[in-house]
Design a protein around this ligand. Structure first.
Ligand code: CA2
Length: 144
């Protein structure tokens, strides 16, 4: 069974509480359930985590070096700011999928650059919670 680490960055623990027009109405816990259910259909064991801390995100990315087969990451605001997240992801030799609920390219200029895209095998954005499902499909295709 392939082990997949799904990482979520700052403020995503507050999903479903505001800006539903941008991020949808589902909570992060709803998205975790979706990922576990859909992951099972691909034979994935999903390890789903969220942190507001950049250092913790870096620690968790480093953990993926041992015993994981793929990483799916929504680094939230750290997508656009974190060279540390970029460098940690670069250490991995397993596929990385970048996901976003919204499409950052349709939004403010400061969301147009991603430090994650530079190391991601695929980027999926703008489908709401379904971005995570499509991200798992992309991982399944790569790992097949
Ligand atoms: O669209 C995405 O998934 C983002 O990664 C979300 C980040 C944003 O900084 C990125 O540009 C795109 C923001 C996450 C904020 O989470 C919220 C949670 C509850 C209510 C509002 C925002």
């Amino acid at each position: 069974m392939a082990r997949i680490l799904v990482l979520n960055g700052p403020n995503l623990n507050k999903l479903g509480t505001r800006e539903p027009n941008i991020y949808g109405t589902q909570t992060l816990s709803d998205i975790e359930k979706l990922c576990i259910d859909h992951g099972t259909s691909h034979g994935f064991e999903i390890d789903f985590r969220q942190t507001n801390s950049e250092g913790t995100l870096v620690d968790w990315i480093q953990e993926a070096c041992d015993g994981y087969h793929g990483v799916m990451i929504n680094a939230a605001a750290y997508t656009h700011t974190s060279l540390a997240v970029h460098d940690a992801l670069k250490l991995l030799s397993i596929p990385i999928i970048e996901v976003h609920l919204s499409n950052p390219h349709e939004r403010e200029d400061f969301r147009h650059h991603s430090y994650v895209s530079l190391v991601a095998a695929k980027v999926i954005a703008g489908h709401g919670a379904r971005s995570y499902i499509l991200g798992l499909d992309a991982l399944a295709e790569i790992l097949a």
